[in-house]
Design a protein around this ligand. Sequence first.
Ligand code: NAD
Length: 471
Amino acid sequence: MIHTSFSGRLVMLGFGSIGQGVLPLLLRHIAIPRENISIVTAEARGQEVAAEYGIGFTVEAVTRDNLRDVLIPRLRRGDFLLNLSVDVSSVELMKLCQELDVLYLDTVVEPWAGGYTDPALTPSQRSNYAMREEAIALREAAKGGPTSITAHGANPGLVSHFVKQALLDIARDTGTIIAPPPASDRAGWASIAQSLGVKVIHIAERDTQVADRPKKPGEFVNTWSVDGFVGEGCQPAELGWGTHEKALPPDGHRHGFGCDAAIYLMRPGASTRVRTWTPLEGPFHGFLITHNESISLADYYTVRDAAGNAVYRPTAHYAYHPCDDAVLSVHELAGKNWQMQPEKRLMTDEIVRGMDELGVLLMGHAKGAYWYGSRLTIEEARKLVPHNNATSLQVTVAVLAGVVWAIENPRRGVVESDEIDHDRALEICRPYLGEVVGVYSDWTPLQDRGALFPEDVDASDPWQFKNIRVG
Ligand code: NAD
């Protein structure tokens, strides 16, 4: 089905696992002349895929110095810059797109190369909180300007739409009568989450994809960007900080600037584990990797009193169990004090089985815990769209939905995922998500605790971060 048409030029910056996976979706669902699409990327990787679809391909790494020289000749008013690169500042690209009147979408707020691990920056300065603050600071000046969607992949991205659907499901199943507000009505959505008593939101993901060969010593293996994962894994652990939390973690810090919806822990996310739950996996430990949505969800769902004090906010964070070989890779990386392994492998054709179970787990409401999300197997992903695995397809279809939404809503300025109509996005994504299910659970982070050893838990409120964090 053709969702929309586009007569401008579309420049794809970066053509790694996500770029290659999204190209067939763009060509299938957006009426755009092939010659209007071009790719600019730092390496030859993916050149054969571009050639397969007849798309122009230029190898040119974008840097601080050449950004304008490379992009300005390729973009004019009404065009689209689709940023799927690593190591290029999202904020600089967004500024350029506002200046040139060009539509824009990315899937993370990416810093310039080295920005995630620059020892000259404080942990707060290299947090996603700080990067998001920089991106949303462009909002005011961008009002009424070309739509610039920040951080819309699977997570961040699609999961914001899952949260809204989950809230509506919980309201229905608890007999709470509500009319779904438009996405622009942030306060309306926040008051729904508050009235349902949602205390914690996890992005609860279990990737079970397995390759035909195991990880080798000295090799980092993952189902999506190795650089992207290692970069965010080495940032401080970050979480949206709920108003029900009784005490900051001993290593928890506030940033002291910006929206104040989130905190960071003085340690990398890839060494911070949390208890979570998905329907097929059951209880498991996930990494508390920092993500943009941990902050944007907490900010979007904040209710303030007349004096501006936050009176309601859910705790929100990622709880990620990557594929088993990536867990081994993280373990090895930590042992080397976060010095990257000499070899990297992005799992594609060698995957033989498994799925990505990716959803949101809303906790603390009248029905306990509710997981809503996608279960996509590698077999289904391959059948649905070439050049994808289960993980990438959940991202690439969300990129497609964001691009379509931006074309349909071209003058919205800077927009976060939570501000996009969830119905429209899910309508576009659903055919590519495998089984989309909502499942209630009586799981809590206190289940089966303390049987073998005494544990310091808060039995009076299972939904305290203290209980969720693995000590
Ligand atoms: P990848 O590592 O497979 O590919 C990155 C691409 O960027 C490569 O084509 C590389 O050549 C290009 N690149 C690197 N430096 C560049 C430069 N200076 N100029 C131009 N191009 C450059 O990564 P991927 O898995 O395709 O991920 C792409 C982006 O999407 C990353 O930022 C990643 O964090 C993000 N991502 C987001 C989600 C989500 O759900 N929101 C999921 C997966 C990936």
